[in-house]
Design a protein. Structure first.
Length: 402
């Protein structure tokens, strides 16, 4: 199809984003279940050996976690920049509700985790594990509700998760950087400076920024800062053309790169990460293991902390008049979305990998993340289905928004 004809029929960025995230979320769930199945079968030794396969300076698992996931964070950065400057977070009135809900949705789970772990110095490094929301997994569950969920509810979940991602990136950069190598860090800043200059001089070729991203990844990796941060930094330098009313303009470098990379991230990179990190042997896991402080703190942080933080902050924000409630959504539906925010999965597993190096501790992290995410997903889905059926069955003349 000619480029001009495509430009005349732009597709909604939000609609395309939700469709990709929903489908990608289902693929991610499948990959996680496959990893669990393999890890609890006779194939477990081969699964672990495959992930430990050395490929140059890193093994396969670290290439996935440090290399492929940098591309994931690059796309996250593109999404954040687009939404912030030319999307649903472009004004402070739009930002207020999701930013307050996301901030509380990170702080309260961290508090729950630290409370359950009893202030243990060894476990304190994991405080950020239940603070993250997996946007693909959560949108995938919300998609199962279908058209019963109003578009405003999907937008609320998406924007909360995007703001959540912003917080997670900052946490990774600040809390999980142990040693800094000055020369490599200066090299990283130099690459960022060059990319910034290219942006200012209206250099719009995507390949220029892909090359810059690759060089920045190498420099950040050598600096001691986690290499995935290179993805977000590089994304911030990609030129964005503001197009009110036409949010997916084909002349915008950022939109073109996001469209090209998003399917690869949704259907390949994130499911691959899920397969590489969700495999945990459940044979010896009983109630006593689930009630250990680490997995219990993570699970309660995701299930209890997220719903209290997100829903409580949203309710207080709306009641105080700072922002309106999502249009057409009941409080029960907003509560269902708050439960879905407890699906931490990808980001929680990723932060858990950074927080703890010990394999046994890592297994406990996976158990807590899987348990908390599963309970949150099921509870959120059931609440949203109940809320939708309740609204549908109300007599038309008496139907009201609670």
């Amino acid at each position: 199809m000619p480029l001009r004809r495509l430009a005349q029929r732009p597709k909604s960025v939000l609609r395309r984003f939700l469709q990709l995230e929903a489908s990608g979320g289902i693929v991610l769930i499948t990959a996680a279940l496959l990893a669990l199945g393999v890890a609890n079968s006779a194939l477990a030794p081969s699964y672990l050996a495959l992930l430990a396969t050395p490929l140059g300076p890193l093994d396969l698992k670290h290439w996935i976690n440090d290399g492929a996931m940098a591309v994931f964070f690059f796309v996250v950065g593109l999404e954040i920049k687009r939404e912030w400057y030319d999307g649903h977070l472009s004004t402070w009135s739009d930002r207020r509700l999701p930013m307050i809900a996301a901030a509380a949705g990170m702080a309260v789970p961290a508090f729950v985790y630290l409370t359950v772990t009893g202030g243990s110095a060894e476990l304190a490094r994991g405080w950020a594990i239940p603070a993250a929301t997996d946007i693909a997994f959560a949108i995938g569950v919300l998609a199962l509700v279908g058209r019963r969920a109003p578009a405003s509810l999907k937008l609320f979940l998406t924007t909360v998760a995007i703001v959540d991602d912003m917080g997670a990136v900052a946490i990774i950069a600040i809390a999980y950087t142990e040693a800094i190598h000055g020369g490599a860090l200066l090299g990283s800043l130099a690459v960022v400076g060059v990319l910034f200059a290219l942006n200012r001089f209206d250099i719009v070729s995507p390949w220029v920024y892909v090359t810059g991203f690759a060089l920045l990844w190498l420099a950040v990796f050598a600096s001691g800062v986690h290499a995935t941060i290179a993805g977000v930094l590089a994304a911030m330098m990609v030129p964005l053309k503001n197009t009110p009313g036409r949010p997916d303009d084909l002349d915008s470098t950022l939109h073109r790169m996001e469209r090209a990379l998003h399917p690869w991230v949704a259907f390949a990179i994130v499911p691959l990460f899920g397969f590489a990190n969700a495999g945990v042997a459940l044979g010896g896991v009983g109630l006593s293991e689930l009630l250990q402080p680490l997995p219990l703190g993570i699970a309660l942080g995701l299930v209890l902390g997220k719903q209290v933080g997100v829903f409580g902050a949203a309710w207080l924000t709306v009641r105080s008049g700072l922002a309106p409630r999502p249009a057409g959504a009941s409080w029960l539906q907003v509560y269902g979305v708050a439960l879905l925010c407890g699906v931490g999965f990808t980001m929680s597993l990723f932060i858990g990998e950074l927080a703890f190096d010990d394999p046994a501790t890592g297994e406990a992290v996976k158990i807590g993340v899987l348990l908390g995410s599963l309970v949150s997903a099921i509870a959120g889905f059931l609440v949203l289905r109940f809320a939708a059926s309740r609204r549908i069955t109300l007599p038309r003349a008496t139907a009201r928004t609670p």
